[in-house]
Ligand binder design. Structure first.
Ligand SMILES: C[S@@+](CC[C@H](N)C(=O)[O-])C[C@H]1O[C@@H](n2cnc3c(N)ncnc32)[C@H](O)[C@@H]1O
Length: 256
């Protein structure tokens, strides 16, 4: 971290990230708590979890606070979000390790330093992976999660295309939520958040690196729930089921 960057108020940016994400997901905190409740039911007192596509570490922060004997590995490829997470949370008493890795590349698992974990958690992230890459990622999770361990994914896991009404209503609910947050309540949205980062000279180098790393991606054909379930079963997860749902926003649990 350069001297300039060490002057950044990381806590401020972390809070601002959480607020922005909650505009899209008013039940974001509830979803985290339900995921952690599932860990409380399935994990021993001491366990290792992977926070997949962690951003600035929302899952890691909450998990390590709730489970004082756990440790966590946060993996992401965004240098800005990783810097905010590292700056605001640090290592939480040596229990949190940050790994910079591109989940679209086959070798990301090698960069982890651990060959097996008890649990993998992910939120609001994997929907951007194209189906073929998602299938490969789940194959890797099938190797990484120990037998009896769990994978929890809190994300938009879409209805199949033939359920037209469900798809339409889920979309309408999302539009209403965003309208309330970003128009009626004037909360900061994704675009304004990134603009605010761009307006901070201290983020210039990190932002340039981010732009080098992430090409604009297509958002069509994001995987449906059925694709997630089939790919997890194929990867060796014995039982896969939704444990919490608000339209297409779900927590999918897979038991290895
Ligand atoms: C909407 S954010 C969610 C972050 C965090 N899980 C949360 O709930 O606050 C999506 C995350 O996916 C990460 N991501 C996108 N493409 C990635 C890739 N190729 N490899 C690793 N992470 C990636 C982004 O950097 C970002 O942190």
């Amino acid at each position: 971290m350069s001297n300039l960057q060490s002057q950044v108020n990381w806590q401020h940016w972390l809070h601002r990230w959480d607020a922005q994400q909650s505009g899209y997901l008013p039940l974001r905190e509830e979803r985290f708590q339900v995921m952690l409740n599932a860990l409380a039911l399935t994990m021993p007192e001491s366990f290792t979890a992977l926070d997949l596509a962690c951003g600035p570490g929302a899952i890691s922060q909450r998990l390590l606070q709730r489970f004082p004997h756990a440790r966590c590995i946060g993996v992401d490829y965004d240098p800005v979000l990783l810097a905010i997470g590292q700056g605001a949370l640090g290592t939480i008493g040596d229990r949190l390790r940050w790994v910079e890795a591109d989940l679209t590349q086959e070798d990301w698992v090698k960069l982890l330093g651990d060959t097996q974990v008890d649990a993998v958690l992910s939120t609001t992230a994997l929907h951007w992976l194209p189906s073929d890459r998602l299938v490969k990622l789940y194959q890797q999770l099938g190797q990484l999660v120990r037998p009896g361990g769990v994978f929890l994914n809190g994300d938009h896991l879409y209805f199949p295309p033939h359920l037209e009404t469900f798809n339409r209503l889920a979309k309408r609910v999302q539009v209403q939520q965003e309208q309330q947050a970003f128009i009626e309540n004037n909360q900061e949205d994704w675009k304004r958040w990134w603009q605010a980062i761009a307006d901070e000279p201290d983020f210039k180098a990190l932002l340039e690196e981010r732009q080098r790393r992430f090409a604009p991606r297509a958002t069509e054909n994001e995987p449906t729930l059925a694709i997630h379930v089939a790919a997890l079963q194929e990867a060796g997860f014995r039982e896969v089921e939704t444990i919490w749902q608000r339209w297409d926003d779900r927590i999918l649990v897979a038991i290895r």
